[in-house]
Design a protein around this ligand. Structure first.
Ligand code: ATP
Ligand code: MG
Length: 311
């Protein structure tokens, strides 16, 4: 394991944010952490980046313990924070050079390394452009190049693709997966976007500072059996009443969520038709979908991602 996190705990004042979080990351993984706003993702990153000491718990990054010298930990990590830390007034190249100085690089070796990265990341033509003039996608690319300047084995990305449109997000991920393959780079990233979480080789679902589950995205979805059928109750009927009726009538699990009654079932099409026929006048509309990571979240946390915000 290149990264082990054991029982990390942190409170801001008397407000607990991380409540004993543990997980392990294998070398070369794209390890995702999916959780709602305020669940503690950035706090975890600040702790791993040695910017914030935890109240309790330990972490070891490629052999370097958090409790040891922070410079030893930082050398292991390339960090991309939720908000950009590039200097918009400086050029692409100047940003990279300044970062190299922070890591004790200088002179010809630093210039050679920067030139190689600019090539690798297809930024050479933009080397002299001011960062403030770049598109969001290009700026992220500069940040990734910069984070890899000192050749760390682990890349931390907090809200990896915030501010990127879907095409730029896909391009960024294609590049990240290439870096994993070519350099065996390990990526630890957070997101609150379901589709971005699909990039994870392993995904940890986080809620209120704890892990709800951890597995490959496909395996997590397979935990929700078959199809998800969602019924909107007829006017005057509550989702709770409809869910109870479905439970009684069909002897299965149904629960109310967001004003709708939800059922997970192996054969959604058949169930949908049967329920509409068996309960005339009680169902206003019905829909069916394959389980998504959202459904896994709902199943484990009892409510959807957006409803869990604690900011
Ligand atoms: N410096 C701070 N002082 C006090 N409370 C804080 C501080 N930083 C964060 N918090 C609170 O701690 C909780 C967790 O915040 P954190 O930024 O770790 O969440 P997050 O999962 O990264 O959220 P988001 O998805 O919005 O980025 C939130 O309730 C937040 O308001
Ligand atoms: Mg955050």
């Amino acid at each position: 394991m290149i990264l082990t996190v054991n029982n990390l705990t942190h409170a801001y004042g008397d407000r607990p944010v991380l409540r004993g979080l543990s997980f392990d990351v294998e070398r070369g993984a794209a390890f995702g952490i999916l959780g709602p706003n305020g669940c503690g993702k950035s706090t975890l990153f600040r702790i791993l980046a040695t910017l914030l000491p935890p109240d309790a718990g330990t972490a070891v990054i490629d052999g370097a313990p958090l409790s040891g010298r922070s410079s030893a930990v930082r050398r292991k990590l390339g960090v991309i924070f939720q908000s950009s830390t590039l200097d918009g007034r400086l050029s692409v190249e100047e940003n990279l050079i300044a970062h190299g100085h922070l890591y004790g690089l200088s002179g010809a070796p630093l210039r050679a390394r920067v030139a190689a990265l600019l090539e690798d990341f297809e930024l050479a033509a933009r080397r002299a452009d001011r960062v403030s003039l770049l598109s969001g996608g290009l700026r992220r690319r500069v940040e990734i190049a910069r984070a890899l300047l000192h050749e760390p084995p682990v890349l931390l990305m907090d809200e990896a693709s915030s501010g990127l449109d879907p095409a730029a997000r896909r391009a960024m991920w294609a590049q990240l997966h290439r870096l994993r393959e070519e350099r065996n780079l390990t990526i630890l990233f957070t997101t609150h976007l379901m589709d971005e979480a699909e990039n994870a080789t392993r995904l940890l679902l986080m809620s209120e500072g704890r892990a709800l589950a951890e597995d490959a995205p496909a395996a997590l979805k397979a935990r929700v059996g078959g199809d998800v059928v969602v019924f909107e109750p007829a006017p005057g009927l509550s989702a709770e009443d409809l869910a109870q009726t479905l439970r009684e009538r069909f002897a299965l699990q149904a629960f109310a969520l967001d004003g709708e009654a939800r059922v997970e079932t192996a054969n959604g099409h058949r169930f949908l038709a049967e329920a509409m026929e068996a309960l005339p006048g009680r169902i206003h509309a019905a829909a069916l979908h394959r389980p998504t990571l959202e459904d896994v979240f709902v199943r484990l946390a009892g409510r959807p991602l957006e409803e869990q915000i604690h900011v």
